[in-house]
Structures are given as C-alpha cells and as structure tokens.
Design a protein around this ligand. Sequence first.
Ligand code: DHB
Ligand code: FE
Length: 279
Amino acid sequence: MAEIVGGVGCSHVPAVGAALDNGKSGNEVWKPYFDTLPPAREWIEEKKPDVCIVVYNDHASAFSMQLIPTFTLGVAPEFQPADEGFGPRKVPTVEGDPDLAWHLAESLILDEFDMTIANEMDVDHGLTVPLSVMFGQPENWPTKVIPLAVNVVQFPPPTGHRCYMLGKALRRAIDSYPGAERVVVFGTGGMSHQLQGERAGLVNSEWDSQFMDNLVSNPAEQAQVPHVEYLREAGTEGVELVMWLIMRGAMNDSVEEVYRSIYVPTSNTSNGLIVLDNA
Ligand code: DHB
Ligand code: FE
C-alpha cells in the first residue's frame, strides 16, 4: 500500500518566491533566511517521496467570489502556476497524479467528506512557495503533487477539528491505495499574520511556537481551538494555520519532530517551517 512517510508545515510568504525567482536569495537580506532551510531540504531529499499532497489555500487565483468551495482536490495531470498580477512565477509546471487523486476523491467522499473535484486549477503562491521552500529551484519538481485547496479566505473557513478529521480520512484513503507510493503531506499557510487593518504586521511568535508544540504533541486539543483564538492571537490570516491540522491528522498519533524554525521578518508576517517524521 501507499505510505505516508512525513509531514511538513510551511508558510507561503510570496516574497520568498520572489527572492528566489529574481536571484536574490544569496544577498545580505535574504541569505540568513535561506540558510535556515538546508536541514528540511536534506530530510525530504532523503525521504524520496513520489507524491506530495499539498494542502494549501488559493488567494482568488483559481477561485473567486463567484465560487468558494471549502475543500477542493486537484485530479488533473498538471497544474499551471497562476498569474497573480505580475505574470506566473517562473517555476516548473506542477505534475499531478490523477490515479491517486481519483482514489482519494472516491475514498474521501464515501468517507463523508464532500470534496469538490478540480480537473483544471491554476496554483498560486499558496502552493508554489512551499514547494520552493522545500525543493529550491529544480528544472522540474522532483515529485508529483496533488493539490488540496481549503477555503480560508472567505469566512467561514472550516473548523480546526473538521480539518483534523479530514486529515484522518486522508490517511485512511492513502492506506487503502494499492500502490507503493511514498507520500509526504504538506500543511501550508500561516503563521501569525495580519495583512490589513489597524493590527497589520501583527507577529505573535510565542503563540506560533505554542501552536507548533501542540501540533506535534497535542493535535486533538489544538483541533478544538476556535477560529476566534486564531484571529485574536495570530491575526485574520493566521487562520490559514487550520490547514496544518489536515497534515497532522494524516500522520501517526505520535510523530518525531525533525526540524522547526520560525523566522521573522521575511515580510510583515511570521514565517514558520516544521518537519515531522512518521517514525
Ligand atoms: C503574505 C502572506 C500570505 O499568506 C499571503 O497570502 C500574502 C502575503 C506575506 O507574508 O506577505
Ligand atoms: Fe496567504
């Protein structure tokens, strides 16, 4: 059967993608941040996943106010980087895995998670920046990718508990796939950030570290935390962190924390990365 070999929690700060795309990752501003990444990159290179399931959010690129699905699974053979206003990022086309993705759709829907199915979906910084963080700038992405988009932009987003339960259903789906795929699940977005309004620039690293501690050791408890705590402590866009609970739900109850960092500033938000092993 297919096997989940690890999980990654990763912010999706667009400036990180722009720094790489514009050849600035080695300059004095960016080098200290990019110097934090090698342990995570070495881990995923050693794990040799065949497929990454990337739980992420679209920012009105593939979707819009006309259509706001809560959970969307991408089943296409490929996904193009989205044009977010400055042209698409110059990163490789994302190659999908239709066979596994359709299996996930069937398993999740029959398991009572009503996924929207996307045969065509451009992917924005929410998906491509975490790939850049973990894989750098390859000619082609080294794994297939199944996008799982979550609405966290238009309220109400799904609860942390619903996300955690979806992760567990994802685990059952992967466990029942008759392939030999090695799978890494990414939960992306966050950490604390408030992009607009009076509290713009809010960074609460103490709360972010506590979120990571709970994610590792008390995920079921973290899943009970209501949206209003994310908003109050981590800013309106901090609610993106519920997506990390989908990743965590797909992992073993007990996981090994391989790596973590919380880096500020790469923008006016908190940039977090955590790597969990299903040891
Ligand atoms: C930033 C973070 C986001 O999640 C986003 O969608 C846009 C910008 C930022 O850190 O600047
Ligand atoms: Fe975002």
